[in-house]
Design a binder for this molecule. Structure first.
Ligand code: PGA
Length: 250
């Protein structure tokens, strides 16, 4: 069974609530494509207005972060059940920016993955190597360690339903995209690892995205690769060009 492509925008810390609604309106007709899943992962404060703005369309709402407890004295934090109640279906976990700036380690990320499933939200789990690691030829070793740690105790059925995003850190926001062969090689490596950790069915079902300077010009080529099932898109998700990425097959 062919895996359905999933194109997700990662808005990062961009868009005020009113800008967010305006962007949803701009993109509304441009992101129509029955053959792919479309997700907007938006800042927490934009979730409610975006959920309202995309109601009745093909767009799913995603979040960029949450805290691992359900509720309580954690000033400033937002929980997974809160996201769920607001209409969130997907959440980014383990983005390199959160790993780097907010010191989220794999032990913590493993808790987040489990908590997302507990709340009924699909994780988009990110992994990826730095330029130094690529040059040292330890890319796959590093990514295997990330995935193995982040998925410890996660069941095969859960993995089948989730999304993994391969995002080489050197390609994020730099305009420097991995070649489609480089991206395919690592995405296949991740699928092989899932087969090793679980079984062939699980590896066949899990959707693996590429992320890192994906744009309207390079999306079709990247998405033509057998193990690349979608994209996680930062910069280009804030522009009308996002519609061209979603419609890469048209
Ligand atoms: P970019 O970001 O498309 O701007 O490189 C991708 C990401 O960080 O998810």
């Amino acid at each position: 069974m062919a895996r359905r492509k999933i194109i997700a925008g990662n808005w990062k810390m961009n868009m005020t609530p009113s800008e967010a609604v305006a962007l949803c309106d701009t993109l509304k007709d441009l992101v129509k494509n029955d053959e792919v899943d479309v997700v907007y992962c938006v800042p927490a404060i934009d979730i409610v207005p975006v959920a309202q703005a995309v109601k009745g369309s093909n767009v799913h709402v995603g979040a960029e972060n949450f805290y691992i407890e359900d509720k309580g004295a954690y000033t400033g934090e937002i929980s997974a059940p809160m996201l769920k109640d607001a209409g969130v279906e997907f959440v980014i976990i383990g983005h390199s920016e959160r790993r780097e700036y907010f010191k989220e380690d794999d032990c913590f990320l493993n808790k987040k993955v489990k908590k997302a499933f507990e709340a009924g939200i699909t994780p988009i789990l990110c992994c990826g190597e730095s330029l130094e690691q690529r040059e040292m030829d330890v890319t796959m070793d590093w990514i295997r360690l990330q995935i193995k740690s982040d998925l410890a105790g996660v069941t095969a059925d859960q993995v089948k339903s989730m999304v993994i995003a391969y995002e080489p850190i050197w390609a994020i926001g730099t305009g420097k995209t991995a070649t489609s062969d480089q991206a395919q090689e690592v995405c296949k490596g991740i699928r092989d690892l899932i087969a090793e950790m679980y079984d062939a069915d699980t590896a066949e079902a899990v959707r693996i995205q590429y992320g890192g300077s994906m744009n309207a010009g390079n999306a079709a080529e990247l998405l033509s690769k057998p193990d690349i099932d979608g994209g996680l898109i930062g910069g280009a998700s804030l522009k009308p060009d996002f519609g061209k990425i979603v419609n890469y097959n048209k």
